[in-house]
Design a binder for this molecule. Structure first.
Ligand code: IPD
Length: 260
């Protein structure tokens, strides 16, 4: 694909995330009227998730009809030219009135993440990255934190019911035992964007899905950080563990998290 083709998709990730965010924001402000169900224990679904995903996939299919889409709500399969969409990441926050959620859109070509946009429509923050070009928050260049001491680090530890509670508490015990502080703010995509912007020093989760994390992986790397090989094996189709962080704590975080 030509450079212009990649650039057009990069611009589209941000424009579509912005438009989708505006729709999500309207639902958030009118959430008393919103239908809420559960896909499983602690796995929230609101009517906004489907509407936002339909808007995003509709825009992508109209502009790039040959590309594939994989979305949290409508599924899809990997292809050479594929968009990966989480219409609302942090759905439990969204449904409960906590303004920490986002739209996450990644574009991947031949297994390389080319572009990613993560947009929080409440704070108005557009996190974006383009492979080889950098990562930005509202146009400001992002850099991971310069931390070198694990005992001053804050690591976000994502959680879902897809892994047992004993495994989560063991992870937490190891990370905190090694001296870091921790948080769990409820949006994996924003957790990764926050690593890119130096607000978290690292992010770890024992299982996360591709739509939650693909845009964030590019962002962390482009901001000077590192991640594990999330796409190894069948990570795209079935999800995988994620570990990401700033270079100065890589050794300690890898040892404490024990995620390869
Ligand atoms: C979830 C959030 C959460 C993470 C879970 C995800 P959703 O996505 O990103 O922070 O820990 O693994 O499933 O359901 O809010 O889109």
């Amino acid at each position: 694909m030509s450079e212009a083709g990649i650039e057009a998709r990069h611009l589209a990730t941000m424009a579509i995330a912005q438009e989708a965010g505006d729709l999500a924001r309207r639902h958030f402000l009118d959430r008393d009227a919103m239908a809420i169900t559960f896909k499983g224990p602690q796995d929230w679904l609101t009517e906004a998730d489907r509407q936002v995903e339909d808007l995003v996939t509709g825009r992508i299919r109209a502009a790039f009809p040959g590309d594939a889409c994989v979305g949290e709500e409508s599924g899809g399969t990997e292809a050479g030219s594929v968009w990966v969409i989480d219409p609302i990441d942090g759905t439990s926050n969204f449904a409960r009135g906590v303004p920490h959620f986002c739209i996450s859109i990644a574009y991947m070509r031949d297994r390389r993440i080319e572009s990613g946009a993560i947009y929080n429509p409440i704070t108005g923050e557009m996190f974006a990255a383009r492979r080889g070009r950098g990562a930005w928050c509202n146009g400001r260049t992002m850099k991971v934190s310069a931390i070198a001491d694990f005992k001053r680090a804050t690591i976000e530890l994502g959680w879902s019911t897809r892994r047992g509670v004993a495994d989560y508490t063991a992870l937490l015990t190891r990370v905190v035992g090694a001296g870091a502080s921790f948080r769990r703010a409820g949006s994996g995509a924003l957790g990764m964007a926050y690593v890119a912007d130096g607000r978290n020093d690292g992010y770890a989760e024992l299982h996360i899905n591709v739509w939650d994390v693909l845009a964030g992986i590019l962002m962390v790397v482009e901001a000077g950080g590192w991640t594990n090989d999330f796409l190894a094996g069948d990570g795209f189709a079935r999800g995988n563990a994620i570990l990401a962080g700033a270079p100065g704590i890589k050794k300690e975080l890898m040892a404490a998290a024990a995620i390869g």
